[in-house]
Structure formats: structure tokens, C-alpha cells
Design a protein around this ligand. Structure first.
Ligand code: BGC
Length: 253
């Protein structure tokens, strides 16, 4: 087992269908070895999810030792306290996730919103590297997660996926889930994205917009069709961004 100096922090991303984790090499901004995925237990209560996190932690014990662990949730998380729960069991609301995991794992834990973690990953190692000013990351998936980073500092829990646009909660129209649900082609989805990102741009005037989520692998099919003042670019770390970002945050804590 490595000593603390050379142990890698462990990042774990908790989603509605899968819980994925990997040790992260912070020099490279990359996974050390292969990521481990376990299906999210149903119901996805804090205790059941903590059991899976413990399994993943145990799986990587040789690589991570007792180094800090970073965990993302699809939730507003303030100082470890979970305030909302999207696609995970509602009993998370009011749970102190940091205390729960630290007691369960016996190692120091950092818990943040999933999109915030992806934003930090992209800022440190990906599409927003060395970018000053205001960076807005939006992950288009089951919902829309957002991260706001100003001069390299995260403004947490922005939740701009829930902006009301034309009377709708934006993520119910512009997420990739909404695209699939309404059976839209990329061309048919683009007006919704244009409306959403133009509204965000009117409110915040970001210097750079980064688009993440699984669908960002097809970014060439829709990003060039958008007309915005700020450059809008695909995320570079793909689904690894959250794990890498939260491992980085855990190592700073
Ligand atoms: C939640 C956010 C989350 C996003 C992506 C939204 O529905 O409100 O907290 O970041 O989905 O998972």
C-alpha cells in the first residue's frame, strides 16, 4: 500500500443508474487504471449508496490507501449537506453526506454537485484549462447540470438547468433526455439549445461555454449550429470530468 505522499485520491460519481469511481493521477488529470462501475442500488438511499461507495473504495485500496475521497451527487450540496435529490432517493435530502461517508469509510471525504465537479475537471485539465473570466459548463444528460467558474474559482450549486425559459423548466426542453423523449433529430433540438444558451448568455455573459454530458461526443452535429457571442466548445474529459474534478477538490480540502 502506498504512503500518503504517493497515494492517489479516489473520485466517485454517483448517478441515477451507475456509481463509477477511479483513482486519479493529479499530475496528468487522468484515471490510474480502469474505472469501476457498480449499478446504483434501488432504492438509492444514502445507506445503500454508501455501501457501494465502500465497495469501490475497497476495490482501489491498494492504489489509494487512505487518501481523501471525492464524491459527486446530482444534488445541491452545501458544506456536505444535501439539499436536493435528482434521480436519487429523496431520503438524501437533509443528509450530511460528508459525515455519512467519513464514518462509513474512515477517510476524509469531499462531496459536491456532479456538474460542479465536472466544471472543475474541465477547468483544471480539459476544455477550460487556463481560461480566466467567467466559464459556464452545462452537462446535457437526464437533466441539465451547470457549473460557474470565475477566474478559476467555483461558484457552487448554480442549478441553471432549472431556469424557467418560455414557461418551462429548461432541462425538460433542452436536456438530451428531452431530445430523446420527444424523438428529435439534432437539427430539431438545436432551436431549444439556442433559446436556452442565448438566455444564459443574456443573463451572465460568460467568456466561454463548455458543453458536457454523453451527448457532447456528437458535439459537431449541434454546437456549430448555435449562434452565441461566447465560444461554445465540447467538454474534453467526457464522462471522466466529474471523477477527475472531485478527486482534485478532495486533494485540496
Ligand atoms: C439537478 C442538478 C444536477 C443535474 C445533472 C439536475 O436535475 O438539479 O443538481 O447537477 O441534474 O445531474
Amino acid at each position: 500500500m502506498p504512503g500518503m505522499a504517493d497515494a492517489h485520491p479516489l473520485g466517485i460519481d454517483i448517478g441515477g443508474s451507475g456509481i463509477k469511481g477511479a483513482p486519479v493521477d493529479l499530475d496528468e488529470g487522468a484515471f490510474v487504471g480502469k474505472r469501476k462501475r457498480i449499478a446504483t442500488p434501488q432504492p438509492s438511499t444514502p445507506e445503500a449508496v454508501a455501501d457501494v461507495v465502500a465497495k469501490i473504495s475497497h476495490h482501489f485500496a491498494d492504489v489509494t490507501g487512505d487518501s481523501p475521497i471525492g464524491v459527486t451527487l446530482p444534488s445541491v450540496v452545501q458544506s456536505g449537506l444535501v439539499r436536493t435529490a435528482a434521480n436519487i432517493d429523496r431520503t438524501w435530502i437533509g443528509t450530511n453526506a460528508v459525515l455519512l461517508l467519513q464514518e462509513r469509510l474512515g477517510r476524509s471525504a469531499t462531496v459536491v454537485n456532479d456538474a460542479d465537479a465536472a466544471g472543475v475537471g474541465e477547468l483544471r485539465y480539459g476544455a477550460a484549462r487556463n481560461t480566466g473570466g467567467l466559464v459556464l459548463l452545462a452537462t446535457l444528460g437526464t437533466g441539465i447540470g451547470t457549473a460557474l467558474l470565475y477566474d478559476g474559482v467555483l461558484v457552487p450549486n448554480s442549478e441553471l438547468g432549472h431556469l424557467e425559459v418560455d414557461g418551462f423548466d429548461a432541462e425538460t426542453r433542452a436536456s438530451s433526455h428531452a431530445k430523446d423523449n420527444d424523438d428529435l433529430s439534432y437539427e430539431e433540438w438545436v432551436p431549444r439549445l439556442q433559446r436556452y444558451f442565448a438566455h444564459l448568455e443574456d443573463l451572465l455573459s460568460p467568456d466561454l461555454i463548455v458543453v458536457g454530458g454523453g451527448v457532447s461526443k456528437d458535439a459537431d452535429k449541434f454546437l456549430p449550429l448555435l449562434h452565441l457571442r461566447a465560444p461554445i466548445v465540447p467538454a474534453q474529459l467526457g464522462n471522466a470530468a466529474g471523477i477527475i474534478g472531485v478527486a482534485w477538490l478532495a486533494a485540496q480540502a
